[in-house]
Design a protein. Structure first.
Length: 298
């Protein structure tokens, strides 16, 4: 028996970052949208544990026990008080690695669901969500998909209504950015300035509910953008290239370096993607839509 799970990437249409907490994390108001770039996680019975990965960034993916998919399999087995059964996990990766699109989190959620199915454990959904939260702040959303507001460090989710399909282009950079390094740079740039409690923007939530791309474009906000630009100044050229090609708005996706461009319709997304590919400011550009379902058994 083989089980394959498809898991989406995310973009943060709002990422409001509070001051650093005592535990080193930051309180967030994090509005997630699942977007149509996917990884597939396949679980097959094996004599021992084995992890393999294919895809354009496969060389950058650790194949040791630190891989989030491996940690997810172990966490699931531990939750049920069993030794991790022998399993071959294969990651077919299409989500950029260290790209600010929660690729590792997607693999963790995918591995949890794939192993839960393969091992016939039938873990209740709330338990799966809590295992996800222990694995990483973005992992619960990878399981859930759609659209959601994340509070706490992003793991306390409230699903959100979305009244239509949004069209995006993702400009994939060469090389990644470390999420902890981007948060550190954000704190450094803020210095001693007072940082308000992070709040979800009512205008943004209304734009999502109405499915209105123009209103959403005006409300997009990422508190990590200045830090990502500080660490990777060339992203300013990418953002400019997408906007001058006709995007309604552009922003850094999460901690970057992927840049996300919201467009009016699918045809404009194709035009913007073509222009970005020709601009020389990114490795490639991917048109896609949102929202899309979370981890799904194929
Ligand atoms: P986020 O948007 O959640 O901050 P990201 O998309 O920027 O994350 P990931 O692709 O999740 O970043 O990878 C971050 C780091 O995690 C990688 O550089 C890699 O060392 C490690 N990692 C562990 N497991 C995985 C995995 N399954 N896929 C990719 N990277 C992984």
């Amino acid at each position: 028996m083989t089980v394959t799970v498809r898991v989406p990437a995310k973009v943060n249409v709002q990422l409001a970052v509070g001051p650093p907490r005592a535990d080193g994390f930051h309180d967030l108001a994090n509005v997630f949208l699942a977007v149509g770039l996917h990884d597939e996680v396949t679980a097959t019975p094996a004599d021992t544990f084995r992890l393999t990965c294919t895809g354009p960034d496969a060389d950058a993916v650790p194949l040791d026990p630190t891989n989030l998919a491996a940690r997810a399999a172990d966490a699931l087995a531990a939750h049920h008080g069993i030794a991790t059964p022998g399993v071959h996990l294969h990651l077919a990766k299409d989500i950029p690695v260290a790209g600010g699109m929660a690729g590792g989190s997607a693999d963790a959620a995918g591995a949890l669901l794939a192993c839960d199915t393969l091992w016939n454990l039938r873990t209740p959904h709330p338990d799966l969500l809590s295992l996800c939260a222990d694995l990483g702040s973005d992992v619960p959303f990878s399981l859930l998909g759609g659209a959601a507001l994340g509070r706490g460090r992003g793991e306390l989710l409230t699903p959100l209504d979305v009244g239509g399909t949004f069209h995006w282009v993702f400009a994939v950079a060469d090389g990644g950015l470390s999420t902890p390094a981007v948060y550190r740079e954000c704190d450094r740039l803020r210095g001693t300035a007072d940082v308000p409690e992070p709040q979800a923007s009512p205008a943004l939530l209304t734009a999502l509910r109405k499915g209105d791309p123009h209103a959403l474009a005006g409300a997009l906000a990422n508190d990590l953008q200045a830090a990502a630009l500080s660490l990777r100044p060339s992203l300013a050229d990418t953002l400019e290239a997408g906007k001058s090609a006709g995007a309604l708005a552009g922003l850094v996706s999460g901690s970057g370096p992927t840049c996300a461009f919201l467009t009016e319709d699918a045809a404009t997304a194709e035009t913007v993607a073509d222009a970005l590919r020709r601009s020389g400011t990114c490795r490639t550009a991917r048109p896609t839509t949102s929202p899309t379902p979370g981890a799904t058994l194929l």
